[in-house]
Design a protein around this ligand. Structure first.
Ligand code: ZN
Length: 453
């Protein structure tokens, strides 16, 4: 935060300058110089009046109308580089801070302090100007949601009024302060602490469920998951999110899903299924407020190789191989957020059109049942999309969905859910509805016995 002191100090100096000039003017106009003799009473009155105005001027000099706005982001999942803070006009400009080698600078999440309750201020968000990889600078749209997300208590989140994009590609949000300190983020955040809390909540509801440590990250942080159901259950399912750390919406969908899965509605499904669920895969980047996507040398969803560099990816591969060997994996779902103009959709297998038999039947049934069950806040697209931007077979094989397909059976489906985010509907509750819909699709799909011939 050192390099931001300059503009802050400049703004402060300007206020001081303005105020001292005003004070000088008021002293120049003060009626201390008399043109003709006056009565004692009159002199005393005038003197008292002059003293009063002098005291008021001194008070105005020492007490600013608002506090000094301060951007704080040194907490789990926090990220914001303050570009400029105009204390007089109440405008702050931020950009996502670059975390060297840790992928896209698109996620931002900070606390703004020094507000007067009820005052209106402007938040400006611009793209990070430095390249995140070689010479590539990230397009501004990834860090400029239509609405900023606000929280006065740090736990409930609501959207701001719609931002306005300037011709200079700066998004400007006008925000009314609800409290002296407000948390502001790209979207409703979901940090590692939220993941741990969620797993505790679910294991308290389902005493037979087992919270486990998938791995310790390279940074020494635990990657936790939960197993619900007997290991030798009839159906086997793996669902996870945040292979790309910035895509907090993936974890929000996961939370909606697992809460639905722990509810009475899913009782029958639970009795026949063993579910493994991981709320955050890339814990290191999620903890540091880094984007993760396109990390150097590669991100989590390009690490599903013969020798992964991330311990949590290697551990997930080992467990999925073991599930496949013992029972056969029925469903693998990876939860993500897509681009700013995208709807909610599934990435399907590249070879879908050429598939036949059980494999073709199962992938088709999945997308049909997903379209019936995932309706809110927006319906999921009824047809698969394909990640054609990934050009080589080698790279496609290193994506988790591709690796799972290659290491399971023809009856397994392995898909990626990309949940739309650029809307005020995509609140914690909105994402939760997608998750519940996903659960209902899963129940309907497994009820058809995808392993049958
Ligand atoms: Zn992603």
């Amino acid at each position: 935060m050192e390099n931001k002191k300059q503009p802050i100090q400049t703004a402060k100096r300007q206020i001081m300058l303005k105020e001292s000039r005003a004070a000088t003017r008021s002293i120049e106009r003060s009626p201390l110089v008399f043109e003709r003799p006056l009565s004692n009473l009159c002199i005393r009155k005038r003197f008292q009046g002059a003293m009063k105005s002098l005291i008021l001027t001194l008070c105005a000099l020492s007490l600013p109308l608002h506090g000094e706005m301060r951007v704080v982001s040194d907490f789990e999942g926090g990220n914001a580089e303050a570009v400029e803070i105009d204390q007089v006009n109440r405008v702050i400009r931020i950009m996502p801070e670059l975390r060297e080698g840790r992928g896209w600078p698109c996620w931002w999440f900070f606390r703004l302090e020094g507000l007067a309750v009820g005052e209106t201020f402007k938040l400006e968000v611009q793209a990070q100007a430095k390249p995140y990889r070689e010479y590539t600078v990230l397009a501004a749209s990834w860090c400029q949601p239509k609405h900023a997300w606000l929280s006065a208590d740090g736990s409930t989140w609501h959207p701001s009024a719609k931002g306005v994009l300037t011709p200079e590609k700066v998004m400007v949000y006008e925000i009314k302060a609800e409290a002296p300190e407000v948390s502001i983020a790209w979207g409703p955040p979901f940090v590692p602490r939220d993941g741990e809390r969620l797993l505790n909540e679910i294991s308290a509801l389902l005493p037979d469920a087992e919270v486990f440590e998938l791995a310790k990250t390279k940074g020494g942080r635990p990657v936790s998951g939960i197993r619900i159901g007997a290991e030798d259950a009839h159906h086997q399912v793996w669902i996870g999110s945040r292979q790309h750390a910035w895509e907090a919406g993936g974890s929000q969908v996961g939370r909606g899903f697992i809460r639905w899965y722990a509810s009475d509605e899913a009782k029958d499904l639970r009795s026949k299924t063993c579910l493994h669920y991981i709320p955050i895969m890339d814990v290191d980047n999620a903890a540091q407020g880094a984007g993760g996507k396109d990390s150097i040398p590669r991100d989590h969803n390009r690490d599903w190789a013969a020798e992964p560099i991330y311990p949590e990816v290697a551990a997930a591969q080992r467990m999925i191989r073991a599930i496949q060997a013992k029972q056969g994996l029925d469903v693998y779902i990876d939860l993500h957020n897509p681009g700013h103009n995208d709807p909610t959709f599934f990435f399907g297998p590249f070879a879908f059109e050429r598939m036949s038999g059980i494999q073709q039947r199962n992938y088709q049934r999945w997308i049909d049942l997903a379209a019936i069950n995932i309706r809110e806040p927006y319906p999921v697209q009824p047809k698969y999309r394909f990640a054609t931007y990934v050009k080589t077979d080698e790279e496609r094989g290193r994506m988790s969905s591709g690796w799972v397909r290659a290491n399971t059976s023809t009856s397994t489906i392995s898909v990626t859910l990309e949940t739309t985010w650029n809307s005020p509907e995509m609140s914690v509750e909105g994402y939760g509805k997608v998750g519940a819909g996903l659960g209902r699709a899963l129940a309907a799909y497994l009820a058809e016995e995808p392993g049958r011939n």
